[in-house]
Design a binder for this molecule. Structure first.
Ligand code: 1CP
Length: 367
């Protein structure tokens, strides 16, 4: 990282008084680790910690469709805070979804229970691209409002904003929904490279705008989820995806907030994902962190990487495996590691196992 959150020039923000608000979290273990500064303990949070396995989440969401719930600031605040209260994690992740900006510009998308995002009219032609208009802050006023409420309430706990990366968003838009093999997406990428380049470039602009809204409203860090990019070979990633993801990282570089880049099954892409512009690279459970550190190279932090399925094993096993993660992270030196799962919390996970894991990581890494 070239800048720290302390260096954010106030003049670059014309929205709410963000640097001062973010300032409350400046000395948190999470932001210190992002800046490679000494930490009192390894910070920990979980991807998909909001929602999913928490009974209090299912209670407040009852009868409210997923995307509608993302548009209600008080509800978003409550759901974002639930895992912070319950697990004592070191960071909150904003409750939203990667398809929220697409819905906000008028794409007909729904999140179907137990399925995921479903797009009524997939994007397959240059004509279809016209539907992907730029995102303006006024398209997502509920995001700005919810983050304002949250930052006030979170105090010293940092809030992570996020967005879907161009490849992962493109996979939903082109396939029309979740897909195992991404055959239509790859057919476009290989067979119509100009259309593909135009698609991911538009998505880069939408994603950049969505992250900017969150940062200007007070998010302390951002994570770009390229969940499904692990299905690509490195050369294809470099040629067809990296320019669009790099555009996103560049567009928010001047804010000086840490930028995390995560994908699943991306062992072969870790170096390139760092080069795309991330300050911290998220690693799934397939690559030990000491190996990931070599692939990513010096100067970048790492986030991860306990296999989520380990949480279904007895506590002793969870602790042994968590200790192995902490041990492998020592390759990074004394800081620059954020403990997380190698992918999201699973819906049927025992919330108490997650709380125990947070306490264990704090205790085992206390310095
Ligand atoms: O901690 C949190 O849960 C924060 C909010 C959050 C985040 C960070 C949600 C709420 N979604 C996401 C990101 C997201 N959404 C990703 C990237 C992260 C990842 O890889 O897990 C992806 C790929 C999506 C798309 C999506 N939305 C899926 C995956 C479908 C597939 O292709 O397999 C699903 C199931 C959703 C719905 C969704 N989003 C969020 C929640 C809590 C849910 C479940 C819906 C519900 O509770 O009704």
């Amino acid at each position: 990282m070239s800048e720290t959150t302390a260096d954010i020039p106030a003049a670059t923000h014309d929205g709410p008084p963000t640097p001062a608000r973010r300032g409350a979290a400046h000395d948190s273990a999470f932001l210190r680790a992002c800046r490679h500064e000494p930490v009192p303990h390894t910070p920990v949070w979980f991807m998909r910690q909001a929602g999913r396995s928490l009974p209090e989440y299912h209670k407040v969401r009852e009868g409210i469709p997923m995307l509608e719930s993302c548009m209600r600031p008080e509800l978003v605040k409550e759901i974002t805070l639930q895992p912070v209260r319950r697990h004592q994690v070191d960071a909150a992740i904003f409750f939203s979804d990667i398809v929220v900006p697409l819905k906000a510009i008028g794409i007909d998308v729904e999140i179907q229970p137990k399925v995921g995002p479903v797009i009524a009219d997939p994007i397959r032609t240059f004509e279809d691209l016209k539907r992907l208009r730029p995102l303006e802050p006024d398209d997502v006023p509920y995001v700005t409002e919810a983050i304002g409420l949250l930052v006030d309430e979170l105090g010293g706990t940092p809030l992570i904003g996020f967005a879907g990366a161009p490849y992962t968003l493109a996979s939903y838009l082109v396939e029309g929904g979740p897909s195992k093999n991404h055959e239509n997406t790859k057919a476009m990428m290989y067979g119509q490279p100009e259309l593909w380049a135009a698609l991911v470039d538009r998505l880069a602009d939408i994603t950049s705008a969505f992250l900017k809204v969150q940062i200007e409203a007070g998010a302390s860090a951002v994570q770009l989820f390229d969940s499904w990019v692990g299905s690509l070979a490195p050369d294809d990633y470099r040629r067809s995806v990296m320019p669009a993801s790099a555009k996103v990282f560049d567009s928010v570089a001047h804010y000086g907030v840490p930028r995390i880049h995560f994908g699943v099954g991306t062992g072969e892409l870790l170096g390139l994902m760092g080069q795309a512009g991330a300050d911290i690279v998220g690693v799934d459970w397939r690559v030990p962190l000491n190996v990931a550190a070599e692939r990513v190279g010096p100067g970048k932090g790492l986030q991860g990487n306990l296999d989520p399925a380990v949480l279904f094993a007895p506590t002793k096993v969870v602790e042994t495996k968590a200790r192995e993660v902490l041990h492998a992270a020592q390759a990074l030196g004394t800081s620059g590691h954020i403990f997380n799962l190698g992918h999201g919390v699973l819906p049927n996970m025992d919330p108490d196992a997650l709380s125990r894991l947070v306490a264990f990581v704090h205790e085992a890494s206390a310095r």
